[in-house]
Ligand binder design. Sequence first.
Ligand code: BTN
Length: 267
Amino acid sequence: MNVFEFSIIIALQNNIFSGLFVGQNLLTLKEVDSTNNFLKNLLSNSKPVPEGTVIMAETQFAGRGQQNNQWHSEPGKNLTFSLLLRPSFLAVANQFDLTRAISLGVFEALYPLLGDGLKIKWPNDIYYGDKKLGGMLIENILQAGQIKNAIIGIGLNINQEVFPDGAGNATSVKQILQKDYDLRTILSDICSHIEAYYLNLKANKVSVIRKAYLSRLYSFNENRIFKAGNEVFTGTITNVKENGLLVIQKGNREMTYNLKEIEFLNK
Ligand code: BTN
């Protein structure tokens, strides 16, 4: 065996990412403002960035969450990464199917560890029981009526033990299972499951994805309390529309809401 063959074998052994393209180009950063910002800047440089590229950070000092919130994560303890996909095959009107596919990919990767307490909270939070394990910030860059680049930022609490008071209802895999987990192993599982769902999406298996998403949904078909504007009411989630709007049965009326319009109140 010559040196070249030997180094290829070592490289293959070190590559725990088993998929075709998601995670095959992995860049790990010690510190960055936000992996979503980093990936966006990378795309505006002249060098092509392969689809499936993952940027992972040990520390984010300006992590961004949904609705202009900040995303805090203890350095080195959790997964904070962004993935590049190019779903130009997906109609812009159906972009919520990408959210569904990514949420399901993350869900499937964590399910063997966490089991039935795991849920997807609409639209794309990852919950265990009534606590938030992680979330995602998907930024689609449109060009000529197509999704040219999708920057998929994912934050998951893995080994963090204590959360600051302001972190609300956060939890972590460590809090649930009392064990530390290897971040790269979980990342590689997430990448393979996301790839599988993404390829299903590309193959137009949308009804399977929509059905699976509903079956994993937090509080689906359960009576619970919501707040919309100034109104607090009891209702039941009965569906999520094709375009991602949440459907709640409120008395004998069916209402639809977007993310900014509805709040889940604690049980
Ligand atoms: C949320 O639930 O509010 C979404 C959180 C998304 C956080 C991730 S961490 C990696 C990526 N980079 C960011 O700045 N945000 C996302």
